[in-house]
Design a protein around this ligand. Sequence first.
Ligand code: NBG
Length: 841
Amino acid sequence: MANANGKASAGLPDKILAKANPEANEATEIAGNIMYHSKYSPHFSPFKFGPEQALYATAESLRDRLIQLWNETYLHFDKVDPKQTYYLSMEYLQGRALTNAIGNLDLQGPYADALRKLGYELEEIAEQEKDAALGNGGLGRLASCFLDSMATLNLPAWGYGLRYRHGLFKQLITKKGQEEVAEDWLEKFSPWEIVRHDVVFPVRFFGNVEINPDGSRKWVGGDVVQALAYDVPIPGYKTKNTISLRLWEAKARAEDLDLFQFNEGEYELAAQLHSRAQQICTVLYPGDATENGKLLRLKQQFFLCSASLQDIISRFKERSTGEGSRKWSDFPSKVAVQMNDTHPTLAIPELMRLLMDDNGLGWDEAWDVTSRTVAYTNHTVLPEALEKWSQSLMWKLLPRHMEIIEEIDKRFVQTICNTRVDLEDKISSLSILDNNPQKPVVRMANLCVVSSHTVNGVAQLHSDILKAELFADYVSIWPNKFQNKTNGITPRRWLRFCSPELSDIITKWLKTDKWITNLDLLTGLRQFADNEELQSEWASAKAANKQRLAQYIERVTGVSIDPNSLFDIQVKRIHEYKRQLMNILGVIYRFKKLKEMKPEERKKTVPRTVMIGGKAFATYTNAKRIVKLVNDVGDIVNSDPEVNEFLKVVFVPNYNVTVAEMLIPGSELSQHISTAGMEASGTSNMKFALNGCLMIGTLDGANVEIREEIGEENFFLFGATADQVPRLRKEREEGLFKPDPRFEEAKQFIKSGVFGSYDYGPLLDSLEGNTGYGRGDYFLVGYDFPSYMDAQAKVDEAYKDRKRWLKMSILSTAGSGKFSSDRTIAQYAKEIWNIEACPVP
Ligand code: NBG
């Protein structure tokens, strides 16, 4: 067997002595420690040291380090006993961990040398790692960026989530379009997680409520499964602090196996609870079109909330003060719980239940503690994403929690009636329970707003919309409850580690690498934006990243792209509001025009490579049709000998964190073109801007703030604004919309069958008519198309002027300081959580 370097890889390199050395700092010691793990913590047959074996052994050698720092961090937190934040999220998109851990521990050089001694390049080994993809998109990646910043800022904080055995599906692109297969990050175990056999909590489902003689209530019966903790270390950047992402796994106990039934041959019946427990953490987001799917999703949410809160409470109770056990009224000064969207809303009634039923607090006291502890982040205004759970399902699965929710609602409505007569006619929309007899539901967002001390949106525009529309009446009740926390991204993963070339240039010109933890320092690049030397270095870093990206594209799609063409990228979940359809319609129009041109005219155009990537939710048919269309257009355009020198269209398969780390550094133009008012923030926009990529976009989400920071002359703006959207929809309904001829031409071109025989009828129908479900162009593609095309023409013009483009690129990076997740997290810490840094000495 030979590794990629062509060296023999069978057998352990014998000149390196296997020697345990958890504190190794220097290459030879590290190599010895890697060898030690490959020999004495084996996961494979002995004497094999291929790239995969090397990855596991390398990860384990790093883990030694992390465990040590972790223990020091825990010990220190325990000693200081600061207030701590618990971030509850159903999603984390961690991606790979190796490069990040080595970089944060500042061991890049020694690890690269150590591996070279063992016959490998560090990059090659890093490539072996699978992404931990326990999330869907921006919301999950945000949670992961937040963990990196919490650790880096030395904040006492924890992430809590679920240990899905199969995270987000793998996307295959076939003749049929997108197909999904189960993802396999745990197939061969993850070297980063550590199971804590002493951290186990029972979690109940179903059952009923018993009333004790003293009037107190107790939830009994039903199924009880066990939540077992798996901890993933989160190292901060160049600090000792290493915090935990605690992921819960569901299990049944040995004694839950009915041996009697088993011996009777009733195997499935005998292991019922085991199999029900297993289902909980099988996949990230079970399809919830069926009643069973909904039940499983709700179980997942409760499982996360219950296990996490039991853990938090037991940590609180473990410590007693000088005067004996702690006072419950102090709980909120020790614990902050942040709910990442409404998915962990059940934390509210669960905390109430644990306080009242298990710890004997009265309602008022429990409510005071709960509402001073929990805070809620809203991540969307899309009605279909605002969770509403059927009351009957909730009564069945969580009877005690429904009692508590009813009581919270009753008391809230009572207060409104007593204090705000002006709001009486709004009660039906403000209340938590929607008792519409057709379909009684619990409105999770309302429960969050009523119970939380703070509610925040994720970009200024989004927070303003929340206050002016979705939550307007609540604002009149609690004007101080609502805040904005504009999202951010970690500059470590999204610049320092994914583009070392550009990072080195920045460090050189700023004469410091402090920007990595103080991103505002990037403004120091502004003064050099016109400097020819910087521009030429900048251009060569971009060129190298484009080259690397081109090789990747060829490897995964077989399409060869020209590194000298303009690299234009749109990557994000496929959704009609994100308008990948507008992008591809623009490409189709461009293709048609190129076909119509004479060869010498074509030569005057700016060659472009348009890359689109993203996953469509498995049951979202229109999104899947968009994926199919992009692929079909690519097939035709890329094989057209007249045009393919000037235009290429690539669908990048299986977009995930690792693919993003390849695409973003190599991008020159990125598209953030959602219908104004619909993208809460966006975070890839920040990653692209940070990497010196120019943006074409609408005034939506964080685009607004990015444009402010980098300067409007460096942003290709188009489209309706959020406040115009309702009027435009209305005008369309009234039949007043007149489409641009270019838009009609592009649609007509698809209908003519140029891109194959697939039935695009239903997709194109969504753009036609004036009203109706799935019709009437709800997302205003037609309205915005002409200004989009005009902005694209400006992009081409700007690209022709190389100096101007490079200057704009440098200014994009220079203006991205605000979008560090360090800034976001510092604001949460100060303005919502009230926690302080607790650095390990
Ligand atoms: C998403 C928004 C994005 C935003 C991320 C992170 C959900 C429910 N919301 O615009 O669509 O950037 O959250 O805040 O996934």
